[in-house]
Design a protein around this ligand. Structure first.
Ligand SMILES: *Cc1c(COP(=O)(O)O)cnc(C)c1O
Length: 421
């Protein structure tokens, strides 16, 4: 559920007209809804209200400081994958003891910084990383709390570029080797093995891969306890899917997901950690773009808009579907046609939708690309020397520019021309 709906014939974000925002900030732009972010966080957190649980929002889905602060104020912890994200979490006021650090390639500097901040735990993804973390913590005179990210070799039945828990994926340590690694870690002076971590992929809409994976977590937890490991937490990762396509792909409700988690964790007496990203942010954001031109090619109709793959790369990168609706409700029932929605970037792969049945848009009309709050702005770039687009956050009848559009001077000023030129 989200808070974008027509009122008086115009698409609104909560109580604010999207058309009015477009007139003020220009297009294209991302628009986020506070009520939707809040609702998603609460639905997830409340599914675990009776457990000792910590929700660590996965920052990479949408890392705007205002979004982080909105979630942090609700009590959310954060899952970070770089020093930059850790700095964002801290800048948003999130307490270090609510932060976990994931990623296959943490550098020594990143580890040292995270240790100095006193984060809750590191999700360790290899034996080599464990050795380095042990060393860095030793030099700092502290112990790092670690959870091995266990790769269960389970197919999450999602797009191949967002599967992370199969044997051939780069993530984690093989399930069969995990027990041995905990024994190894227990002998080290710079680390305390205190949790288990798993994250098998993203946009998962089937509960079966989760329940298979969580059964392995339970088995490993039992083995570790036998080995005398003082297991403090299990981190179930993120990955819960969202409906991108009307009512066609309804993901499991967090309560159904919670039932599986709680069954897997039953009687283990551990704290439960989660790293939802998409599930919190996706439906809380739209991308608003204006139609520049329409044209009919020899074989195809094109609707050319001012947003492009550098602003939202999901259709290109993951063959992802995003529903697209007009901001002006009167267009909804116009006859329309099948068209490709494409941007100005010079790439054939630059599209927001292919062969899509859409209403009759003309030059100047506004479109809203739905479910764009996660992995939208966060993955944007200035390819083709296009300016990063603004982000707007709505709350009830107010809105704020939470990332202004840069100027061309800002963009060009990042380059430095050497003296010899
Ligand atoms: C990306 C990521 C997540 C979030 O995944 P979603 O599908 O957005 O919920 C969680 N944990 C880790 C380690 C990740 O890399």
């Amino acid at each position: 559920m989200h808070h974008f709906a027509y009122r008086g014939g115009v698409l609104h974000a909560e109580d604010v007209s999207v058309d009015a925002i477009a007139s003020k900030v220009g297009t294209p732009f991302y628009c986020y809804s506070t009520a939707t972010l809040t609702r998603h966080y609460k639905v997830f957190a409340e599914a675990f209200a009776n457990a000792d649980a910590l929700v660590c929002y996965s920052i990479k889905a949408n890392s705007n400081l205002a979004v982080l602060k909105t979630l942090g104020n609700l009590g959310s912890g954060m899952d970070v994958v770089s020093e930059g994200e850790l700095r964002r979490a801290r800048a948003a006021g999130v307490a270090p003891e609510k932060i976990v650090f994931s990623g296959v390639g943490k550098t020594r500097d990143e580890m040292a910084y995270a240790l100095s901040e006193g984060i809750y735990a590191f999700n360790v993804e290899s034996e080599a990383e464990l050795a380095v973390l042990n060393e860095v913590a030793g030099q700092a005179g502290v112990r790092a709390r670690v959870a091995f990210r266990v790769n269960p070799d389970i197919d999450p039945k999602t797009h191949k570029k967002i599967s992370t828990g199969k044997a051939e994926d780069k993530f984690g340590v093989p399930y069969e080797r995990a027990r041995g690694l905990y024994r190894e870690a227990a002998e080290m002076a710079g680390v305390t093995p205190s949790g288990i971590h798993m994250h098998i992929g993203s946009q998962i809409t089937d509960l079966k891969p989760f329940s298979d994976a969580f059964a392995l977590l339970r088995e490993l937890a039992g083995q570790l306890k036998e080995d005398g490991c003082d297991l403090e937490f299990i981190n179930f990762g993120g990955g819960l899917g969202v409906p991108y396509r009307g009512n066609n792909d309804i993901p499991p409700h967090p309560d159904e997901y919670a039932a599986i988690v709680l069954a897997a964790a039953k009687d283990l007496k551990v704290k439960l950690l989660f790293e939802p990203g998409r599930m919190i942010a996706a439906n809380a954001g739209i991308l608003v773009t204006r139609v520049l031109y329409t044209k009919t090619g020899a074989a195809q109709s094109f609707t050319i808009v001012d947003a492009a793959m550098n602003d939202l790369i999901r259709p290109t990168l993951y063959e992802a579907w995003h529903d697209i609706i007009p901001v002006d409700e009167r267009l909804v029932d116009t006859p329309g046609q099948i068209t490709d929605v494409v941007g100005p970037v010079c790439e054939t792969g630059d599209y927001l939708a292919l062969a899509r049945k859409l209403p009759e848009y003309s030059s100047g009309d506004l479109m809203a690309v739905l479910t764009a709050g996660a992995y939208g702005a966060a993955q944007s770039s200035s390819y083709n020397t296009r300016l990063l687009i603004p982000e707007v956050l709505v709350k009830d009848d107010q809105y704020a520019l939470i990332r202004p559009r840069p100027t061309y001077d800002d963009l060009l000023g990042r380059d430095k021309v050497p003296d010899w030129l």
